[in-house]
Design a protein around this ligand. Sequence first.
Ligand SMILES: [Zn+2]
Length: 153
Amino acid sequence: MKFVVDCMLGKLAKWLKILGFDVLFLSKAEDDELLALARKDGRTLLSRDHALLGRAKGLKSLFIESETWEDQVKQVLDRFSLQAEVRPYSRCVECNRPLKPLPKSKAANLVTTFVYERADTFAICPSCGRVFWQGTHFNDMEAKLAELLKKSV
Ligand SMILES: [Zn+2]
């Protein structure tokens, strides 16, 4: 599922990307620009701005209820029943591009020794070259992720 996220909801946008969804987020954009992006790719517009959503007629959109990002993520997952589509760390949080698997041997020079010794799988962004990894029990993000998915089921 593809989204375009209102400028005020940066943390929601980032976490939807971490969960693997295709998310367009601009730190500054006019309402017209957001509506055009939603229309162009058939993206669902996520916003807390009633005026903006009122103009999104004929487009898929969702009013985000909570002001806390954890609840915002849960609302989106629940509303569109996306739990089964979650693919953590499959997309670059900067570029929104799908990541490519990176063999551990090739990751050696790209991450710190600390990470290299503890992570199990690595992936690289073909656009910016950023390396992402997945391991167990050494990353705050892992715990956060587990919590988000657990509560929203
Ligand atoms: Zn990237």
